[in-house]
Design a protein around this ligand. Structure first.
Ligand code: 2NL
Length: 344
């Protein structure tokens, strides 16, 4: 009994001398003194060894000690959480404004591509993508480009050194060829993507650029469908007042073929530098898919017809934002890029 009382007095002194210095030591204290296997519990277990006539005295001392240990714990804990809330433990001034996170902007090519795709999606076209490294057949042969066609020339096409049958695609038609080969009809797709041509870099030419091509194949698709689709497209992109005209043209993969002009956005058709005083600017090439191209992909050209078109995104972006040098698109000068914002 006397031993236990001495022990209690020693614990009391020990607790009184403790300094709170963190949540970990607070928890250590709780476990040691107040836990289910802690000192307070153990002292209460001593009760059974105390002679009956001293139980009341011992019980009172023990209870005092328990209350003392608990109070120390509570005030220590309160001091700690108070320090956390007020930030007193660090020198951070929580009232200072935060560091701004600068928002990037989309590349103008991405903005215009997204706008183009969203217009065609509303017409029921779906978006399809494919490989930039392609074989000769999917890029050229299937499209009715004869073996000796100038577009296949080393000057225009990047061939891979490892295998001269492989090349960097020169248009996104390869995606449409692959879609046609799947044999699921009808087809109504637009194919955005980067394409490559071996050209000397200047204000008007680059070794890569971006295209959106479109393809619609079903029974009874006509040139009238092509005209209405493209007319709707340019009205959505450039506004209701835009006018269009078609000029006959030639592509090996379409027959008949045409180039489509829109009335000049800058001078409204009166004549300026952009339209070279003609009032019109070319924006895309198009035509009815050549029957041989359909047959090359296993589609019955007696049953099915289709139209196709292709446009350069850079060209349309330059028109829309009056940009006069293609190189700006690939130099990543933030002073140029920061000027473009949009929801798309
Ligand atoms: C242009 C002209 C064009 C096509 C692309 C095409 C694709 C298939 C079959 C038939 Cl798989 N045609 N694409 C048709 C006409 C013109 O692009 O000036 N592009 C920048």
């Amino acid at each position: 009994m006397e031993n236990v009382l001495e022990q209690i007095a020693a614990y009391k002194e020990e607790i009184a001398a403790l300094q709170p210095n963190g949540a970990a030591s607070l928890e250590e204290y709780r476990i040691r003194f107040l836990g289910t296997k802690g000192i307070v519990k153990a002292l209460f277990a001593e009760m059974k060894n105390v002679p009956a006539d001293r139980k009341k005295e011992f019980g009172a001392i023990l209870n005092d000690f328990k209350v003392f240990a608990e109070e120390r714990y509570d005030s220590w804990k309160a001091a700690l959480s108070g320090a956390e809330e007020s930030g007193a433990a660090s020198d951070t001034d929580l009232t200072l404004p935060g560091d701004p996170l600068p928002l990037g902007s989309r590349h103008p090519i991405s903005l215009v591509r997204n706008e183009i795709l969203s217009i065609f999606r509303r017409l029921g076209f779906s978006v399809s993508e494919g490989p930039e490294i392609e074989d000769d057949w999917h890029n050229f042969s299937a499209l009715n480009l004869p073996e000796n066609h100038p577009a296949r020339d080393m000057q225009d096409t990047f061939y891979l050194n490892q295998n001269p049958d492989w090349l960097l695609r020169t248009h996104t038609s390869n995606v449409q060829i692959r879609e046609m080969q799947k044999g699921k009809l009808p087809i109504r797709i637009v194919t955005p993507g980067r394409v490559y041509r071996n050209e000397t870099i200047s204000a008007r030419a680059h070794c890569f650029f971006h295209q959106v091509e479109g393809l619609y194949i079903d029974e009874h698709v006509s040139f009238a469908d092509l005209k209405q689709t493209l007319y709707f497209f340019v009205q959505e992109l450039f506004g209701r007042d835009v006018k269009i005209r078609f000029r006959p043209s030639y592509f090996p993969f379409t027959e008949p073929s045409a180039e489509m002009d829109i009335s000049c956005l800058l001078c409204n058709g009166k004549g300026c530098n952009v339209c070279k005083h003609t009032g019109w600017v070319e924006i895309l090439g198009c035509g009815m898919v050549h029957p041989q191209v359909l047959e090359n992909c296993g589609i019955d050209s007696n049953k099915y017809t289709g139209f196709a078109f292709g446009m350069g995104i850079e060209r349309i972006t330059m028109l829309k934002y009056q940009i006069n040098d293609l190189r700006l698109f690939s130099e990543n000068d933030v002073r140029f890029l920061q000027q473009f914002t949009s929801s798309l």
